[in-house]
Design a protein around this ligand. Structure first.
Ligand code: ATP
Ligand code: MG
Length: 439
């Protein structure tokens, strides 16, 4: 076999043997977000490049090194979204959602694109679950957001994630802090990487997030922003912690978290795992009180987080978490001859319409091969149809677990099958969850 090409570096396929796991975590996330009042928003996979330059920040790694940017046939500069927030804010503004009752809470599941060095937990196409809450300044909003992420991890029974929080202040406290950082890095300017030397004047906080070993070693002793918070930011941060305490959500303060995107203010947080190697941050987020204004809208204090699906699945695998297996095939209809095949098509069509999982032979295989396939599918019931059964008008439904067969008149088959299958499902659930009888 000579493949003409393979999947592009840094991308991956999710096969049916795995995709049920993605579906399970994604459905759990959307359901819990819904409980918190976050409802789905869908935005395009590509946007005008300037949205990300302004929204993510043009001194960030994402914008400087990682974006998939190209010119379309109309000469526009287009970028595949590297993250979900900028697009959500654009949609919030474009559709005038700021005129609606605040807060506006949205959630999304999206693919993201970043030109990074692929490794475990770092892909060029990856997927995020994210939420954004627009128009909420109170510390309770920060705690609610963190509470949502925590509830998701609890529901998925993930244990080895720790929550780290920090406050990176507002433009007022940042003035002083920037000055302190500049003074600190200036002394060792020549040792910094080229990108960070450029960042020194424009945005010295970005140096704290540089992945180069030399820069991060220097950054390790840099002044921390917590020491420079203004009174209002300090009070806000204290109140966020008081809420988390009240919600019994454990956390630690990590004054070194700055996050990789420029728009953050005040609270920033990460959920980190130490069981999946260097790419340990599964979820990151925080407050971005200035972003909506930055993108041309009214002053709208807001916040959000994004959670990497692939990294989350790595953590779940490393913890040996079991995923609910998809329901097996309920009925397999094996057939001999064309009349039987037509009858099988008819029964399958009716039962599938009633929401039963039914399969029949579509490969013209021998009866033996069909039954082997039914076994592979894990069919709970089988039915063998040939001219004989059709002439007699009596079908034998076999329960594959107990081995018992039940004779059913052809005319009653659909109805009787549904009753039998439902009863079997109930028994199965009762056995699994130890549910009581009718009492
Ligand atoms: P990192 O420091 O690991 O590069 P980041 O700060 O760039 O992460 P965010 O922009 O905050 O990450 O994205 C939120 C989440 O998306 C991350 O915590 C991670 O789970 C996931 N993520 C980010 N980049 C990638 C990637 N290249 N491949 C897979 N998942 C990613
Ligand atoms: Mg990154």
């Amino acid at each position: 076999m000579a493949l003409i090409t393979k999947a592009v570096k840094g991308t991956q396929d999710t096969l049916p043997t795995v995709s049920y796991k993605n579906q399970f975590v994604e459905e759990t996330m959307m359901r819990i977000a819904h409980n918190f009042g976050f409802h789905e928003i869908r935005t395009p996979v590509f946007e005008h490049t300037e949205l990300f330059q302004r929204g993510v920040g043009d001194t960030t790694d994402v914008v400087q090194k990682e974006m998939y940017t190209f010119e379309d046939k109309g000469g526009r500069s287009i970028t595949l979204r590297p993250e979900g927030t900028a697009g959500a804010v654009r949609a919030f503004l474009e559709h005038g959602l700021f005129n609606e009752a605040m807060p506006q809470k949205v959630s999304y599941l999206t693919s993201c694109y970043r030109y990074e060095k692929p490794q475990a937990g770092r892909l060029r196409e990856f997927h995020q679950f994210g939420v954004e809450c627009f128009g909420a300044a109170a510390p309770g909003a920060d705690a609610e957001l963190i509470g949502l992420a925590q509830s998701i991890f609890d529901a998925l029974e993930i244990e080895d994630l720790s929550l780290e929080i920090n406050s990176i202040g507002c433009p007022t406290c940042r003035k002083q802090y920037h000055a302190a950082l500049k003074a600190y890095f200036k002394v060792r300017e020549t040792e910094l990487c080229d990108t960070c030397r450029e960042r020194l004047e424009k945005n010295p906080m970005r140096i704290l997030d540089c992945k180069s070993p030399v820069c991060s070693a220097i950054a390790a002793d840099a002044p921390v922003v917590l020491d420079y918070l203004c009174d209002e930011c300090r009070t806000h941060f204290d109140a966020v912690q008081a809420h988390l305490d009240a919600m019994m959500i454990p956390y630690s303060i990590n004054p070194r978290i700055v996050r990789g995107l420029d728009y953050y203010t005040r609270t920033v947080f990460e959920f980190v795992s130490d069981s999946i190697g260097a790419q340990g941050t599964v979820c990151g987020g925080g407050r971005y009180d200035g972003l909506v204004e930055e993108l041309g809208g009214p002053h709208t204090p807001s916040l959000g987080f994004a959670l990497g699906i692939e990294r989350l699945l790595l953590v779940m695998h490393s913890q040996g978490i079991e995923f609910p297996e998809p329901d097996p095939c309920t009925l397999y209809i094996a057939t001999m001859g064309e009349r039987a095949a037509r009858e099988a098509s008819s029964i399958a069509q009716s039962l599938r319409g009633e929401d039963y999982r039914v399969e029949c032979d579509i490969c013209d295989r021998s009866l033996k091969a069909q039954m082997k396939y039914a076994g592979k599918l894990g069919a709970r019931f089988t039915l063998v149809l040939g001219d004989d059964e059709i002439d007699k008008g009596v079908y034998a439904l076999k329960n594959m677990k107990t081995g018992t067969s039940t004779q059913i008149a052809a005319d009653d088959f659909i109805e009787e099958f549904m009753e039998t299958a439902d009863l079997d499902t109930e028994t199965h659930l009762r056995e699994m969850f130890g549910l009581g009888g009718d009492n």
